[in-house]
Design a binder for this molecule. Structure first.
Ligand code: FAD
Length: 284
């Protein structure tokens, strides 16, 4: 069975929601006043986008949890689902049950990984799947409940999900599961979730990246060998580059902070946060 991912519902207007959530933190206006300003077109979509993008570049992440997406996911394996449900913060799952759904004729949907096809082992694989189904049916016909007969079913068995996930967690899942180190099926599902979001909200999909993405860590934190073997590894520096900087620091080889630097620190001037465009109330 082919994998299918559909975005079935979402926060009505994610950009507006994110803008309001971030803006409330940095404004003397009340949420109602902020909403009224959006309503009266005092704030354009471009301005909202610009403000949200600037906030996304900071570590201020909690407003992202206010935006949610609902997905229907089908044709994935139990091997995938076992990994998927390990994500537990900011995500809710409903999964097809193998207790209440019985494969009454002993056949069940399953996936054949490409590696098995490439190895020329598809026939042997299919035979094992079929044999498990045959014995499963024998058990069901002998009165064994589905919850016990399912013990025979392999990881290849397909399953379906209805999932609700917030944007913050979706970013985190993309960080981990778009990484080429993640299992192919998980990468495929998350790539499909990303492309569903992209159809409606391209500006939000931009941030759904593997952790080495330019909007995420910007470097690879996997092992050096994995980095070397990664098809997109060369696009990003490996963390060891950062360690080299650390080593330099330990050897005392870094540029020394000078008296002038300390004078700058002491100066009665606005700090970096206050100078950042868009953060100050007046910029609203
Ligand atoms: C490449 C890869 C290989 C893996 N291999 C294995 C394996 O061999 N065996 C195995 O068992 N698992 C494995 N996992 C699963 C992994 O250990 C995590 O369970 C899974 O990725 C879920 O991620 P998360 O903990 O970030 O959970 P999420 O629910 O996605 O958490 C989101 C964030 O919330 C925070 N958070 C989550 N839980 C807590 C908590 N209890 N307390 C405080 N803060 C919390 C963390 O900041 C976390 O990053 C693997 C994952 C990957 C990506």
């Amino acid at each position: 069975m082919a994998i299918e991912v559909t975005l079935s519902d979402h926060t009505h207007d994610p950009l507006r929601s994110l803008y309001t959530a971030f803006r409330v933190c940095y404004s003397s206006f009340t949420p109602a006043q902020i909403e009224a300003r959006i309503e009266r077109d005092r704030i354009t979509r471009d301005e909202m986008q610009e403000f949200v993008s600037a906030r996304l570049a900071t570590g201020h992440s909690s407003p992202l949890a206010q935006v949610w997406f609902e997905f229907g996911i089908s044709g994935v394996t139990r091997a995938f689902s076992h990994q998927f449900v390990r994500h537990h913060i900011g995500i809710s799952f409903e999964q097809q049950s193998q207790r209440y759904v019985t494969y009454k004729d002993g056949t069940y949907p399953f996936t054949v990984p490409e590696s098995i096809r490439r190895a020329g082992k598809e026939e042997a694989y299919n035979q094992a799947i079929e044999a498990a189904g045959k014995t499963y049916l024998e058990l069901i016909e002998a009165g064994v409940p589905a919850e016990d007969a399912r013990f025979l079913l392999p990881n290849a068995t397909n399953t379906n999900f209805k999932v609700s996930v917030n944007y913050l967690e979706l970013m985190h899942i993309a960080d981990q599961r778009l990484c080429t180190r993640a299992q192919w099926e998980f990468r495929k599902v998350v790539a499909m979730m990303r492309s569903e979001v992209k159809k409606l909200f391209p500006e939000l999909a931009t941030y759904l990246q593997p952790k080495c993405g330019e909007f995420r860590l910007g470097y690879c934190d996997e092992s050096y060998a994995d980095w070397e073997g990664c098809p997109i590894g060369r696009k990003r520096p490996h963390k060891s580059t950062l360690f080299a900087l650390y080593e330099q620091s330990k050897k005392g080889a870094l540029d020394v902070l000078s008296d002038t630097d300390y004078q700058t620190i002491e100066a009665d001037e606005p700090g970096v946060n206050e100078m950042r465009e868009g953060v100050k109330d007046e910029a609203f």
